[in-house]
Design a protein around this ligand. Structure first.
Ligand SMILES: [Zn+2]
Length: 142
């Protein structure tokens, strides 16, 4: 059940980022999790909801992107990015590969509500929320 430790780490980053940006609520949260983490999406969603004790994260929609892993085949020398396990060369089937990345957990963006937003929060063209904020947080859990 490593989903819980990842979810908890993600919650901590999200809360820190949200506070830094003056958020009163996080509407949705996009994170990227390396493919080698082998997250079960349903479990991760549940783990996130259980970990999100802070009111900032009440009802937050969780969006998970899978980060691919770059593999360099030692047999046929091909380099490719794999988004699904098992990790093997798709060209020659060799498992003699060198891997890079694919194990990160990163907060990509958050859609937040701000207390003192001066725009109309109902209008998609004005302020009141911040989209596409790129978090710098990256953790390694486990
Ligand atoms: Zn190969």
């Amino acid at each position: 059940m490593h989903e819980f430790s990842i979810a908890q780490a993600l919650c901590e980053i999200a809360i820190e980022e949200a506070r830094r940006n003056g958020a009163v609520r996080v509407r949705s949260l996009t994170c990227r999790v390396g493919v080698v983490r082998q997250l079960v999406p349903e479990l991760f969603q549940t783990a996130f909801e259980l970990s999100a004790e802070d009111p900032l994260l009440a009802g937050t929609e969780l969006i998970v992107e899978v980060e691919g892993i770059e593999v360099a085949c030692q047999t046929c020398q091909k380099i490719e990015t794999i988004h699904e396990l098992p990790l093997a060369c798709s060209h020659c089937g060799s498992v003699d590969i060198q891997c890079r990345g694919g194990d990160d957990i990163s907060l990509m963006s958050m859609d937040i509500d701000k207390e003192n937003g001066d725009g109309d929060p109902g209008s998609p063209a004005s302020g009141g929320e911040e989209q596409g904020h790129r978090g710098s947080g990256s953790v390694r859990a486990g």
